[in-house]
Ligand binder design. Structure first.
Ligand SMILES: *Cc1c(COP(=O)(O)O)cnc(C)c1O
Length: 408
């Protein structure tokens, strides 16, 4: 098998040895696994043999999803987590110690901003929010304590698209880890391995879950030669080599804070993965048609969709993102009241958070996901009162446009 879609559907066939020859990965909903002898269980606990022992540490259904995500991303190794937020926090906490410094794009999912700005600050890990679209500003913000540059390559919901190659070159020059939240693009649209990313994090809740079925996350490790320059990782790297980070997460934060994914969620997400490329291609086709429709409508002030020919990010989408800009569109109306009036008239498109659902969803970010922030913070994050986020689903596109049309 050469093609990604086929690989996602089948996984590694030689590796599948279910006793009943089940075509689907079974749900191993068992917290513990038994051993033939006392010797064996001792060996397993001491790491002398590979075996499942307890599902907070590892579980066969979750492992299959991890293997499939490694195939999807072309990475070295993957750990699946209880949520996207746990993937981000466990990746960053495994490489940053108190006193260390993170440079982050401010164009982030609301809770990621809160994680860095409050939770990590309380732990003594400080973040500078920098407009890293400017390489000059990025370089200027680097200190000898900077361990990570963190960004969403296509930012949710601002839809700013980053030139990852340029940022990766700076990270390489200074031996700083490049950590990318690839949730919106997914590893299908944006291949982290080919663009110098060290650690990829995903909220599998979104595109991978297959349509709002379950919450989950993943940390995917890519090839990197920076580990000996990261104080918190140097010793682990000496002992465990290229996949040291995943071992550190598993034996540390993942196990000790209890961030494992439930086996049933892993099963649902494996189902979602089988149709990932099909659904994303349909998202892109529908979103492009809808963005073109919105941009020609007199009631809409401004439309952002990086897939539009006239978007300033279109060239980047074509060069680094396989010409696919994902499912999210944002657009501006006269003011907040105009947004609410419009949203309340929608009949098929649901008012809901989440995106990359099969259903089209709409939300007013300023009054929901970003409501807890001050207006100065919302300005920094580019969250405007007049902005609506639309996640275009895989319904028939004429039905989506008809619903928008009657509401406008
Ligand atoms: C939703 C989201 C997250 C958080 O993921 P959860 O699975 O909800 O914890 C992180 N980053 C981005 C870009 C997201 O959209």
């Amino acid at each position: 098998m050469k093609n990604l879609t086929s690989k996602l559907i089948h996984g590694n066939i030689e590796d599948q040895n279910d006793v009943f020859r089940s075509l689907k990965t079974p749900i191993y909903d068992s917290n513990a696994f038994y051993f033939e002898s006392s010797e064996q269980i001792a060996d397993a606990f001491q790491g002398k043999i590979d075996a499942y022992m307890y599902s907070r540490s590892a579980n066969p259904t979750v492992s299959e999803l991890e293997k499939r995500l490694t195939i999807l991303s072309g990475g070295l190794s993957t750990v699946c987590t209880s949520s996207g937020m746990f993937a981000i926090s466990s990746a960053l906490l495994s490489v940053c110690a108190p006193g260390d410094h993170i440079i982050s794009s401010p164009y982030l999912f609301g809770h990621s901003y809160s994680l860095l700005n409050s939770t990590f600050a309380e732990l003594g890990i400080n973040t500078s929010f920098v407009n890293i679209e400017s390489i000059e500003e990025l370089e200027h913000a680097i200190t000898d304590k900077t361990r990570v540059i963190f960004l969403e390559n296509i930012a949710n919901p601002q839809l700013i698209v980053f030139d990852v190659d340029a940022i990766a070159a700076v990270a390489k020059k200074h031996n700083i880890l490049l950590v990318i939240d690839n949730t919106l693009a997914t590893s299908y649209i944006f291949n982290c391995q080919e663009h110098g990313v060290d650690i990829e994090v995903l909220s599998t809740t979104k595109a991978i879950s297959g349509g709002a079925t379950s919450v989950g996350g993943a940390v995917i490790l890519h090839k990197s030669d920076k580990w000996k320059h990261i104080p918190k990782m140097a010793e682990f790297y000496e002992n465990f080599g290229a996949t040291a980070l995943i071992k550190k997460i598993r034996k540390g934060i993942y196990r000790n804070l209890g961030g494992n994914m439930a086996p049933h969620n892993a099963y649902l997400q494996l189902l979602g993965l089988e149709t990932l490329t099909l659904r994303i291609d349909k998202f892109v086709e529908n979103a492009t048609t809808v963005a073109e429709y919105l941009q020609n409508h007199s009631k809409i002030k401004k439309v952002s969709y990086p897939g539009l020919n006239n978007s300033k990010y279109n060239k980047l989408i074509n060069t680094q993102y396989k010409g696919k800009a994902g499912c999210l569109i944002n657009f501006e109306m006269k003011d907040k009241q105009a947004c609410f009036d419009f949203m309340d008239k929608l009949k098929m498109i649901r008012r809901a958070t989440n995106f990359c659902d099969n259903k089209s969803l709409v939300i007013h970010p300023a009054s929901t996901i970003y409501a807890e922030y001050t207006s100065a913070e919302r300005d920094l994050l580019l969250i405007h009162d007049s902005m609506i986020r639309l996640s275009v689903g895989i319904e028939n596109v004429q039905d989506i446009i008809a619903d928008l049309e009657q509401a406008l």
